[in-house]
Design a protein around this ligand. Structure first.
Ligand code: FMN
Ligand code: SF4
Length: 642
């Protein structure tokens, strides 16, 4: 059977039919108001995903007990009757596309901060989360009963609002998971100790929801394993699956990880596609209700394989639908190659942690649907785009879709620019898929591509564009150090692997590029990173950063912080350590610089320039994919004003 047919098969969840097997899981967006209300931006974000063909959407963590249970300042809430109209509009919007609307019910417990809630966090036991630090207050029995009622009341509000179902968030280290886990639940009363006792609160909530609502699908997201010492381990997780079914669930959503084992719930690029499916299959063997699972499932053929081979009944595609809201429609049409791929960079998660709304590095529209999905004027201007990297390709695509006649001129012999180097370090291979996706899109459009064609005044005179977009990217900066015998930029070594073995490599600059080059080379060479500050890879998303630093340690990369290069001769580099105030000499074979980039701007005769010239991406200021895609996406709006 084709993957489209497997994914397109309907299924029943309780009494409700889901039209296909693809579910968008709960993902916090930060798009609600500070009071937890649904906003127009939130509505438009979900509408795009419902329109994109998902069989069901589980709306993000909705707080059942604010402010105490809130995990972030602009978290959606479902704890007051006055929120009903907004929630009803949200449910209606999703259901208008024949997509089941579920909502996740959430209490953060100890995984929050007094800066968010204005008070001390609460938990089954007074054990602080190492990540959040604030010591929680132990809940009394009366308070537990009140929280149980809050969950039940939230489910009643969800039903009144027209949602098809609720999902209890008993995973990822939040309050219900804290009760289930022996790592966080140290109680000695009837809510702690044995599994039966730790399960009691979840069971009472499920029974209450069954009693006080009549039409809701009842789903539970829980951890098969916490991945911390003393936490839930697989065998206990499997027993929980059985207990959840026994307590009346219609749908099981098997996940894992807590904040302290963060990348096991929101994975970094080093996790293989569908890495937790073996665990989920075991859970499926213990229950007869439908089981939903996922985690780094990026390609429809993989999603279908997991369903066909009996690992799961439904697949969740989270970040895949942030990168491409039409993921499901394209998969169901058998057009997997047309899906804009997620590169598992976790910019989306980092933006939430930093207090912004959700953003996606490869899809600038995500989180900005309300602003950016408005019609632009259609006009038939001739546009010359200089540069075939990510900014240039995206600019050409956005402008061609808006009706322009686009020529894309690339000085080199291939499209993709710095993506060729960026995909080389471990865990970055998805960037190759993104590069291929953009090339395929450009090739199947009306864009005229000219390779080996630098933009010159002669070219401008030939094409006579109405608009020039300079997206020529940036070049690594290599400072002038006389005496170094073998000198490269880290980026050029990543782009063209020299195949070095047993070489002494000094990398000057410990930002993400320098660290990734070290990760790439250290398998077969002795690598030293020289960094002038105290922090390595400071420009990287934190979970990916910590994982990278652990790999550098394991590969025995030598790290010299607060150290600068002073000079070199044929055999050694001379370094100066600021904190130890000493000079260090190291033998070397090659020196690589990773000290930033400089914009590339073509030298053009001002008289040949068209009236409208835009400089975007790294050519304006080197910053990376995310900003390049955003500026490229904005061009049709900027043009229509001129
Ligand atoms: C930005 C972001 C927010 C998330 N918020 C939630 C959430 O509200 N509730 C939840 O259960 N999981 C949340 N997750 C985890 C996802 O539901 C999903 O399990 C995870 O992203 C792995 O699946 P994927 O590789 O398909 O994205 C979030 C993930 C991301 C990236
Ligand atoms: S920001 Fe990165 S990880 Fe998140 S959805 Fe976009 S590409 Fe994927």
């Amino acid at each position: 059977m084709s993957y489209a047919n497997v994914l397109g098969k309907p299924l029943f969840l309780g009494a409700k039919r889901i039209k296909n097997r693809i579910v968008m899981p709960a993902m916090g967006t930060g798009l609600a108001s500070a009071q937890g209300e649904v906003t127009p931006a939130l509505l438009r974000y979900y509408e795009e995903r419902a329109r994109g063909g998902a069989g069901a959407i589980v709306v993000e963590i909705a707080c059942v007990d604010s402010p105490e249970g809130k995990g972030s300042l602009t978290q959606l809430c479902i704890d007051r009757q006055e929120l009903l109209p907004g929630l009803a509009e949200l449910a209606e919007t999703i259901k208008a596309y024949d997509c089941l609307a579920m909502i996740q019910l959430h209490h953060a417990g100890r995984q929050t901060s007094p800066l968010v809630t204005g008070r001390q966090p609460v938990a089954p036991s007074p054990k602080a989360c190492r990540f959040m630090r604030a010591e929680p207050r132990q809940l009394s029995r009366e308070e537990i009963a009140a929280i149980r009622n809050r969950f039940i009341q939230a489910a009643v509000i969800a039903e009144q609002a027209g949602f098809d179902g609720v999902e209890l968030h008993a995973a990822h280290g939040y309050l219900l998971n804290q009760f289930l886990s022996p790592y966080t639940n140290l109680r000695e009363d009837e809510y702690g100790g044995s599994l039966e006792n730790r399960f009691r609160l979840l069971k009472e909530i499920m029974e209450g929801i069954k009693t006080y609502t009549s039409r809701l699908i009842l789903g539970v997201r829980f951890n098969l394993a916490d991945f911390v010492k003393g936490g839930i381990e697989l065998e206990e997780g499997l027993e929980m699956a059985r207990l959840i079914e026994e307590s009346g669930a219609d749908l099981l959503n098997a996940s894992c990880g807590i904040y302290e084992s963060g990348q096991t719930s929101i994975e970094t690029g080093s996790f293989p596609e569908g890495w937790r499916m073996d665990m989920i299959r075991q859970a499926k063997g213990r229950v007869s209700i439908p089981v939903m699972g996922g985690g780094v499932v990026r390609r429809p053929e993989m999603a279908a394989r997991f369903i066909e081979e009996g690992y799961i009944d439904l697949v969740w595609v989270g970040r895949g639908m942030l990168a491409d809201p039409d993921w499901a429609n394209k998969a169901l049409r058998g057009q997997g190659e047309k899906i804009r791929p997620c590169i598992t960079c976790n910019t989306c998660f980092a933006s939430i942690i930093q207090g912004h709304h959700i953003r996606c590095a490869v899809n600038p529209v995500t989180g900005r649907e309300e602003r950016l999905l408005r019609p632009t004027e259609t006009y038939s201007k001739t546009v010359l785009v200089a540069g075939g990297g990510p900014a240039g390709m995206q600019a050409a695509l956005s402008l061609a879709r808006a009706g322009s006649n686009v020529v894309l001129a690339e000085a080199g012999s291939f499209l993709g620019g710095q993506m060729t180097a960026a995909q080389k370090p471990p865990g970055k291979s998805a960037i190759a898929r993104l590069q291929q996706y953009l090339i395929t899109e450009v090739e199947s459009s009306s864009i005229q591509v000219r390779l080996n064609t630098p933009v010159t005044s002669q070219l401008l005179a030939e094409i006579k564009p109405d608009v020039l977009v300079i997206a020529a990217g940036s070049k690594p900066f290599i400072p002038d150090y006389p005496g170094i015998k073998s000198i490269y930029s880290a980026a050029e070594i990543l782009a063209n692997d020299p195949g070095w073995e047993n070489q002494q490599v000094i990398i000057v600059g410990g930002g993400s590029t320098g660290c990734e080059a070290a990760d790439f080379l250290a398998e077969k060479n002795q690598v030293t990173i020289v960094e002038k500050t105290k922090v390595l890879a400071a420009d990287m998303e934190n979970m990916s950063r910590l994982e990278l630093l652990a790999r550098l340690k394991q590969k025995q990369v030598k790290i010299l912080k607060m150290t600068v290069l002073e000079g070199a001769d044929d055999t050694k580099v001379v370094l100066r350590s600021a904190d130890r105030n000493e000079t260090i000499e190291l033998p070397y074979d090659h020196v690589l610089f990773a000290v930033g980039n400089r914009p590339v701007l073509p030298e053009l005769d001002p008289d040949t320039l068209p009236d409208q010239v835009f400089v975007i991406g790294d050519a304006q200021q080197p910053r990376g994919f995310s900003q390049a895609f955003f500026e490229a996406q904005m061009l049709p709006y900027r043009l229509s004003r001129c």
